[in-house]
Design a protein around this ligand. Structure first.
Ligand code: ZN
Length: 324
């Protein structure tokens, strides 16, 4: 049973950023890394979904504050036996492990997957010991790509990894496990230590960003106002004001994570493309209002734009017409 959904924050940050400015080469490379990692994690989820996960409880993309630091977990598989950490790697190509170091095409890579896994497992052991818990904790490195090849001088490594070819069999082994009181205890223990992703970059330089609102179909900022809609002059798509503002609120949230969205800041962000009266009405409809001193901040109610558009209670009287 999956206990939560997999977050996509890093991905969405760069996806949103590139709509409004040119990514630097460093940003492009991070974006690619996060995309690749996220794809790998989704592939793992898909296979797990296919094999079935009724006999385990699974946390995905979890951040736990254990001791003084925050540790990220790609997947934690829980049953009455304990917790198994699955560190998911979407490595592609030929890898070699020699004397504990990892190489790709002869070049040492910056990550140390096994050390990373051991650290993540160690943190959970610390947590268990702090409550005198009586359950096991172990971990595996999961390589999800079928285009991953590994050579190693250390035969003990094979016991710590699962390659794509064996992934189904590995996940199937969880079948028939028990999830009763002890699993519930573990889930409670973990949930007490869950924190939000602390690594989201919210220091994007506003000056770089293109202000305004853009077409949901082609990304063009050239929109022509009609009464209830904005029509894209590049592709002809027609979207209602509310759709545009929902997209902009979602963008704001990802670009300025944790930074209060005031009415002025938001108006500036959308380049004053709609009247302050329209914007105000829609902010009140889709945000929680947080008054602090003489500043009023609006907190978007939904996870992201897609989430908002999927809400049945969100009734949009005038429909969008996207050109395919
Ligand atoms: Zn368009």
């Amino acid at each position: 049973m999956f206990l939560n959904t997999r977050g996509k924050s890093h991905d969405l940050f760069y996806e949103t950023l590139q709509r409004r400015c040119e990514l630097t080469s460093v940003e492009k490379s991070w974006f690619k890394t996060f995309q690749k990692g996220f794809e790998g994690e989704c592939l793992y989820d898909e296979i797990f979904e296919d094999v079935g996960h009724d006999d385990v409880l699974v946390y995905r993309d979890l951040y736990l504050k254990l001791g003084k630091s925050v540790t990220q977990y790609d997947a934690l598989v829980i049953n009455d036996d304990g917790i198994i950490v699955n560190e998911i790697k979407n490595y592609i190509g030929e890898y070699k492990v020699e004397g504990g170091d990892w190489f790709r095409n002869g070049q040492r890579i910056s990550e140390e997957p096994l050390a990373q896994l051991n650290r993540a497992v160690g943190k959970l052991i610390g947590l268990r010991n702090s409550v005198n818990g009586n359950f096991g904790i172990s971990g595996k490195l999961i390589f999800v790509s079928d285009d991953f090849y590994l050579q190693t001088d250390d035969n003990s490594l094979w016991g710590k990894i699962v390659v794509r070819m064996n992934l189904r069999r590995y996940l199937r082994e969880f079948r028939g496990g028990k999830i009763s009181n002890k699993s519930q205890f573990i889930v409670r223990l973990l949930s007490e230590n869950i924190v939000e992703n602390p690594y989201i970059d919210n220091n994007v330089d506003e000056e770089r960003l293109r202000k305004g609102i853009y077409c949901g179909q082609c990304g063009s900022f050239n929109l022509i106002k009609s009464r209830f809609h904005l029509v894209c002059s590049s592709c002809g798509s027609k979207e209602v004001n509310e759709t545009h503002l929902l997209r902009a609120m979602s963008d704001y949230q990802f670009l300025f994570y944790g930074k209060p969205m005031t009415r002025t800041a938001f108006m500036n962000f959308i380049g004053y493309s709609l009247t302050s009266r329209v914007v105000y009405r829609i902010l009140l409809k889709h945000c929680y209002v947080n008054k602090k001193g003489n500043q009023t901040a609006y907190i978007f109610k939904y996870q992201n734009f897609e989430d908002a558009m999927g809400k049945p209670e969100l009734f949009i009287k005038y429909k969008d017409h996207l050109k395919g």
